[in-house]
Design a protein. Structure first.
Length: 156
């Protein structure tokens, strides 16, 4: 289910409100391995099944923190449908935390709430989305972050 936000007025109307969540999906080892290969981060807690079985308190491979954070981008537009903007850019993140591991086999989803919306000059608006990568059945999310986006309204 996605929420439609139309133009700056739509952003302002949804400020400081929950937006919604993406569908649940599984964390697969192939995704963890691909991220390790792409970044060169092959730390054993992510990819060494034999060592994990012997030494890890988590009992399974865990997704890298930055992999978990990156899940926000791919699901953001599953939750939001934006209209009336000439451009939307990812401006950055703030206050990123990883309170709970996202393990192979866990099901996760993105939940977002829109926080503050402010005018930045030159026609741009900034919106802070409070994002959480939730783990099904877990008390704490795998990642929480302030995701900052900039919006330029469409001309005409």
């Amino acid at each position: 289910m996605s929420v439609r936000i139309e133009g700056v007025q739509g952003l302002l109307a949804h400020a400081n409100q929950p937006i919604g969540s993406s569908a649940w999906e599984p964390m697969e080892f192939s995704r963890i391995q691909a991220f390790a290969d792409a970044t060169g981060d092959h730390q054993w807690i992510h990819v060494d099944r034999a060592r994990i079985a012997k030494e890890s308190p988590f009992g399974a491979p865990i997704a890298h923190g930055y992999l978990t954070l990156s899940l926000v981008a791919g699901r953001f537009f599953q939750v939001l449908e934006l209209d009336g903007f000439g451009m939307v850019i990812n401006y950055g993140t703030g206050k990123v935390r990883f309170p709970n591991p996202l393990k192979e086999g866990d099901r996760f989803r993105l939940s977002i709430a829109l926080g503050e919306v402010s005018e930045k000059g030159g026609g741009w608006y900034e919106a802070i989305f409070n994002a959480a990568i939730e783990v099904e059945g877990a008390a704490k999310p795998a990642c929480v972050a302030e995701c900052i986006y900039r919006f330029l309204p469409a001309k005409g």
